[in-house]
Design a protein around this ligand. Structure first.
Ligand code: HH2
Length: 298
C-alpha cells in the first residue's frame, strides 16, 4: 500500500479523529475514563458515525498533545488505544491510523490492524517509529513540531515560518527514508497549533500549496477546533466546528491532500467547495472549458 491508495489525488481525504484520552483539548473523556478504562463499544459507535459522514481514515490517539500536556507512559497509551484499534480494524473497511509519537505504541497498533502511523513530532520524539512503520509497510505521517507539547508554546520563534517548516519537514522525510520507509509511504503535515503563534499558523495554512510543491509529498493539515481559530472568531473550543470547516475549505483550495477533523460532516462539505473552486481556477489558468454545469438556478 502506498500513500496514493489512501490519499488519492482525485479527492481530499478526510481523517476522522477518535481520541481515546481522558484529557484531549476538545473531546477528551468520551471513551476513556480514569487513566485507561476504555469503552470500546462507545468508540466503535462514534467511529460508525464518522464513517457514515464520510471519513476515509480513522485516527486513534491515546495521548493528548495539547499545549502543556505531559507525556503518558507507553503502557497506558497502549491500553487506551490497542483495544479500540483492534475493534475498528475488524469492523470497518476504512484504514485505521495510530496517532502516537512512540514506537512501542505504533507497533502495538500496527499488530492490532492499523495501517498508518501519525507522528506529530516528525520523528523528533522517538525516531525508532520510522523503523517500525517500515517493518510493517505502514504509511507514516510526519508532523512538524519543535520540542514537545509540554513546552512548545513557551516562545515559538521563526524567521520565515514557511521556509523553516519546509526545511525541517524535509529533514524528517530524509530520516524516515534512511530508516527504510519508502517515499511513497510518506505524508507531511505542517503541524498547525504545534509550537506556533497565530501568524505562523495562518501563514502555513495559506501556504499549503507551496509547502506541498516544495516537499513533493501528500500534505495533511489539522486545523480542527484549534486555538488559532478561536483567536480569530472568539469561539470557545466547543463551538469551533464552523471555523474548522472554513479552514478545511481553504486548505482544499490551496491543494492539501487531507484534513484531520472532529466534525467530519462539516469538513466533507467544506472540502467539496474548496476542491471545486481549485479546479475552476486550474481550468481557467489552463484555458480549458469549465466542468459540465448542472445549471444552478442562482
Ligand atoms: N493535531 C492534534 C493531534 N494529532 N495529527 C496530525 N497529523 N496533525 C495535527 O494537526 C494533529 C494531529 C491535536 O488535536 P487533537 O487530537 O484534537 O487534541 P489532543 O492532542 O488534545 O488529543
Amino acid at each position: 500500500m502506498t500513500s496514493a491508495t489512501i490519499f488519492p489525488p482525485h479527492r481530499v481525504t478526510i481523517v476522522g479523529i477518535l481520541n481515546a484520552t481522558p484529557d484531549s483539548f476538545s473531546d477528551g473523556g468520551r471513551f476513556v475514563h480514569g487513566e485507561a478504562q476504555v469503552q470500546v463499544d462507545a468508540a466503535v459507535d462514534a467511529a460508525a458515525v464518522l464513517v457514515g459522514q464520510g471519513a476515509h481514515v480513522l485516527d486513534v490517539g491515546g495521548e493528548s498533545t495539547r499545549p502543556g500536556a505531559r507525556t503518558v507512559p507507553v503502557a497506558v497509551e497502549i491500553d487506551r488505544t490497542r483495544p479500540i484499534v483492534e475493534a475498528l480494524a475488524k469492523r470497518f473497511d476504512v484504514p485505521i491510523s495510530i496517532d502516537t509519537r512512540k514506537s512501542e505504541v505504533a507497533e502495538a497498533a500496527l499488530e492490532g490492524g492499523a495501517r498508518l502511523v501519525n507522528d506529530v513530532s516528525g520523528l523528533g520524539h522517538d525516531d525508532r517509529i520510522a523503523a517500525v512503520a517500515a517493518r510493517h509497510g505502514a504509511l507514516l505521517v510526519l508532523g512538524h513540531l519543535r520540542g514537545d507539547p509540554e513546552t512548545m508554546q513557551d516562545a515559538p520563534r521563526f524567521g520565515d515560518v514557511l521556509e523553516e517548516v519546509a526545511a525541517e519537514l524535509a529533514r524528517s522525510v530524509a530520516r524516515a527514508e534512511s530508516a527504510g520507509v519508502a517515499r511513497e509511504r510518506l505524508v507531511v503535515d505542517p503541524g498547525l497549533g504545534f509550537g506556533k503563534l497565530l501568524e505562523h499558523n495562518l501563514t502555513l495554512l495559506a501556504g499549503v500549496g507551496e509547502l506541498r510543491r516544495r516537499l513533493g509529498l501528500p500534505l495533511l493539515v489539522g486545523p480542527s477546533r484549534k486555538a488559532f481559530l478561536g483567536a480569530l472568531t472568539g469561539d470557545p473550543v466547543e463551538q469551533r466546528d464552523a471555523a474548522s470547516a472554513a479552514a478545511c475549505a481553504v486548505a482544499a483550495f490551496g491543494g492539501a491532500d487531507a484534513v484531520r477533523v472532529h466534525d467530519v460532516a462539516g469538513a466533507a462539505r467544506a472540502v467539496t467547495i474548496g476542491r471545486r473552486l481549485r479546479e475552476a481556477g486550474r481550468q481557467r489558468a489552463a484555458g480549458e472549458p469549465s466542468s459540465a454545469d448542472p445549471g444552478c438556478p442562482r
